[in-house]
Design a protein around this ligand. Structure first.
Ligand code: CNA
Length: 316
């Protein structure tokens, strides 16, 4: 009996490019987990490569970051929003064209086998390629919300700030602050008038310390707008029950929550990892190392699939 059980539970071994081709040919529900490496060929630097954003920022010597991910860490953002807004324009979706990888994901969707594309990217190039089953795990530039009053606005509202590397502040908080500053001014004028008449009241006495009205407002600047909003757990909870193939492309898999996706997906689901550089902290079934565009193009040619040209996805 134990031999039968072992045979039943033994998972098939997948190692080669041909195995990857067969897995793709037979898959019905594919999760594609993508990262910055699928957008480097579009001219958007990734984080950790030698020419990546982290290396650039370190070279400029402007910021002391212990890890590139601090750029996306909410605590770090609250302490120093300038770091994020100093580089955000480099990954802001403006004049970029989707890469063959983005279009390959669209191809999977068109073939009806894409369960979902979990992307860590915030450049929205998947959407530009026409992919609709996409979850932007770290949020996107589509909306922004105020860290103080939670007001949410369309991404375009803060676009001029991103493009000029400035910190956007919340319009609602600003209006509220202006109203409160106005009230402080009225109150001070009233108090001066009362003093002039020799009838100083004790309300407010001892507070005329030469502080500016802004200081007395006491809450500093209006709320900072955080550019990237998201939802992740619910989708994975549902998808893990259905997925039959996991394809990971162009990511160092160092950043939570995406780095944890592998542990949440059943071990029986085969994994194909496509990346320029190897990773040592996880061990996917098949590792295809090299340029991701070249690899997905090769796999497609073996499968007899045709990746749609850029014009087709941009105008569909
Ligand atoms: P990362 O840590 O910089 O890793 C990128 C990986 O892609 C590296 O392992 C590279 O070897 C690999 N790579 C680079 N070029 C290629 C290529 N042509 N073909 C195959 N592989 C390639 O970035 P991750 O995505 O793992 O980290 C997640 C961060 C990066 C998220 O917070 C993102 O929001 C953030 N980010 C996003 C963008 C974007 O939206 N385009 C750009 C830069 C950073």
């Amino acid at each position: 009996l134990s031999r039968v059980l072992r045979r039943r539970t033994k998972l098939p071994q997948y190692n080669t490019v041909d195995d990857a081709v067969e897995l793709l040919r037979n898959a019905k529900k594919v999760i594609v987990l993508s990262g910055a490496g699928i957008s480097t060929s579009c001219g958007i630097p990734d984080f950790r490569s030698s020419t990546g954003l982290y290396a650039q920022l370190q070279q400029e010597g402007k910021y002391e970051l212990d890890d590139p991910q601090q750029m996306f860490d909410i605590q770090y953002f609250k302490e120093d929003p300038e770091v994020f807004y100093s580089f955000a324009k480099q990954i802001y979706p403006s004049n970029f064209t989707p890469s063959p990888c983005h279009r390959w994901i669209k191809l999977l969707e068109d073939r009806g086998v894409l369960l979902r594309n979990y992307t860590q990217n915030i450049d929205t190039l998947e959407s530009l390629a026409g992919v609709t089953k996409v979850l932007q795990c770290h949020g996107s530039f589509k909306t922004a919300s105020c860290l103080r009053c939670r007001t949410r606005v369309p991404g375009q509202t803060i676009e001029p700030y991103i493009l000029s590397s400035q910190i956007p502040y919340c319009g609602i908080c600003r209006t509220q602050r202006d109203a409160e500053l106005e009230a402080i001014k009225v109150y001070k004028a009233q108090r001066r008038k009362e003093k002039g008449k020799g009838r100083a009241t004790d309300w407010g006495s001892g507070n005329d310390t030469g502080e500016s009205d802004e200081d007395e407002w006491g809450r500093g600047e209006p709320g900072i707008m955080k550019a990237l909003d998201s939802e992740f757990d619910e989708c994975l909870f549902h998808d893990r029950e259905e997925v039959d193939l996991l394809v990971i492309i162009g990511t160092s898999l160092k950043v939570a929550p995406v780095s944890e996706v592998l542990t949440h997906i059943p071990h029986s689901v085969p994994q194909i990892f496509i990346n320029l550089t190897p990773i040592s902290h996880v061990h996917p079934d098949i590792c295809l190392l090299g340029d991701a565009d070249t690899i997905v193009t090769y796999l497609s040619s073996k499968l007899g699939w045709e990746i749609p040209p850029p014009a087709a996805v941009l105008h569909s």
